[in-house]
Design a protein around this ligand. Sequence first.
Ligand code: FES
Length: 160
Amino acid sequence: MTTQLDLSSVDEIVDRHRSQDDALITMLQEAQQAYGYLPKEVLTRLSRSAQIPLNRIYGVATFYSQFYLTPRGRSIVQVCRGTACHVRGSSYILSTLADHLGIEQDGTTEDMQFSLETVACVGTCFLAPVVVVDGSFHGKLDPVEAREIVKSYAAQSEQG
Ligand code: FES
């Protein structure tokens, strides 16, 4: 059974911005907020509704790292790959977390609980190496501590 995506939110977003010039980025941000990511059906509907060529929409959606064309996990684990974190071993943290979750970098677990991403310097180099989980910063970690933090998020979501 396939479930049909309700695309009415796309039309509402387009209606809100119809009179604005070049509101494409704003519309994509709002669509991503509404659907969690930007599935093909949403982009196609946006193209028709806003009368913007689909290839232009894809061009923008793939250019900016803030946009996601595939679903992301309920928790987002971001490993900082900036210089300070890199020299303090962030690549070991990344490989440990990837092993623990059984996914690659930029992957999402099958149960959709976690996505594992890398990010550029998050601005707290004094805490290097840094892992950000759902917006919360965890610093001065070794790979084992990073894994324990991810485990604690998994335990929390099982309880919740
Ligand atoms: S390099 Fe990681 S916080 Fe700056």
